[in-house]
Write a protein that binds this ligand. Structure first.
Ligand code: NAD
Length: 373
């Protein structure tokens, strides 16, 4: 039974391609549990993105879907891509749909947690004692830096050589807005931010370090440290548990977040959020998605791990809807299910019989029921 004073949350569900469809269906079941318990009211609209949108509309993202995303309280995104669309022109490829969606929504802050569930500590290629209990958050700037700045291009020099070039810049407002996201997040965690750049060799890194240092004055309760990106890469492998929140630019964030995610074992376990600026009305654009792709090799078989998507839902509850207690409950349910030995194929250990996508979601729902009693 849903209480009438529970706010209605408008969610755009974009399942996309391949296993995106399957993990979205599993996650919708978990959402239904929260709704049936009166803990939330979700008004879910479905839309097409990626190859699924191309097949119907001839484009990986329509203007109408962009409009829906901008009007929604949050977007839940599955995965896009697949061999069927690989021969298309670059701007018609499924991946362009996701890049455009992020840009149109202005989601400049990419949050990538690297969390190791106790039961899966052995799945990492790093030693169990190095990763057990790991819980770090990488905050990556997503819309600026060398991937987007002009000038960029390929030119032919007078001597006939070709030269490819890109431009790395960061200005005050870009640094401050991502810095604020990191400091605010740290306040809800262990209150430590490590800012990562290469100010020893890059002017953009120097400005980054100076602006973040100034911003720290607004957050006296949060500890700030600085680290060069190359050292951070080493430290993430040597002793990842030294970090709480890492804030960094687009390029370093791309590399370091992939590196950190591999401390945890499987792609099927990794969730993410991309957030925009908070408006005066408190609204904030937000896109939640697993970091894995559409996994064409297992699509349609009902064996994909839905936990990355279910944990993306948990991030949505925490960051968009201020439902921290429900997010904790969901994460505890996932933890218990894993501890009980329930595994999809990607995280199964020798001797464990893997379950399918729906069975994993059902196990999480059953555990939610027990925990909520
Ligand atoms: P992928 O993440 O789809 O798959 C990599 C490997 O991990 C595969 O063996 C796959 O079976 C496995 N895997 C991934 N997610 C899993 C899950 N939830 N459960 C169990 N196993 C899982 O990456 P890829 O194979 O390099 O790319 C396939 C397609 O996905 C490409 O078209 C690529 O462009 C696209 N892609 C999309 C996104 C996205 O939507 N954000 C991200 C990465 C790749």
């Amino acid at each position: 039974m849903t209480a009438s004073n529970t706010p209605v949350r408008n969610i755009l569900a974009l399942a996309g391609d391949g296993i995106g469809q399957e993990v979205m269906a599993a996650t919708r079941k978990v959402m239904e549990w929260f709704q049936a318990q009166g803990r939330a009211r979700f008004n879910v609209t479905e839309g097409l993105v990626g190859g699924a949108s191309y097949d119907v509309h001839g484009t990986p993202l329509t203007d109408a879907t962009v409009k829906q995303a901008l009007a929604a309280d949050a977007v839940l995104f599955g995965a896009i891509g697949g061999p069927k669309w690989e021969q298309l022109a670059y701007d018609l490829r499924p991946e362009r749909g996701l890049l455009r969606l992020r840009k149109e929504m202005g989601v400049f802050a990419n949050l990538r947690p690297a969390m190791v569930f106790d039961a899966l500590a052995g799945a990492s290629t790093l030693k169990t004692e190095v990763v057990k209990g790991l819980d770090i958050m990488i905050v990556r700037e997503l819309l600026g830096g060398v991937y987007f700045n002009e000038p960029r291009g390929v030119e032919t020099l007078p001597n006939g050589e070709r030269r490819g070039y890109n431009t790395q810049t960061y200005s005050t407002h870009e640094i401050l807005r991502i810095g604020r996201v990191a400091f605010e997040l740290a306040r809800k965690r262990s209150k430590r931010v490590c800012s990562v750049e290469k100010s020893n060799v890059m002017e953009s890194g120097l400005v980054w370090r100076e602006e973040i240092t100034k911003l720290k004055a607004e957050y006296p309760d949060v500890e700030l440290s600085h680290m060069y990106a190359d050292n951070c890469a080493m430290q993430l492998v040597r002793n990842p548990k030294q970090f709480d929140v890492i804030v960094t630019d687009n390029l370093f964030g791309d590399l370091l977040s992939d590196l950190a995610s591999m401390c945890t074992g499987s792609l099927g376990m990794l969730q993410s959020a991309s957030l925009g600026a908070k408006g005066a009305d408190g609204r904030q654009a937000a896109l939640y998605e697993p970091i894995h792709g559409s996994a064409p090799d297992i699509a349609g078989k009902g064996i994909a791990n839905p936990l990355a998507m279910i944990l993306s839902l948990s991030m949505m509850l925490r960051y968009s809807f201020d439902m921290g207690a429900d997010a904790d409950l969901l994460e505890r349910a996932v933890q218990n299910v894993l501890s009980a030995g329930v595994r999809t194929g990607d995280i199964a250990e020798p001797g464990q019989t893997p379950v399918g996508t729906q069975a994993m979601a059902d196990a999480v729902i059953a555990e939610l029921g027990k925990l909520a009693r």
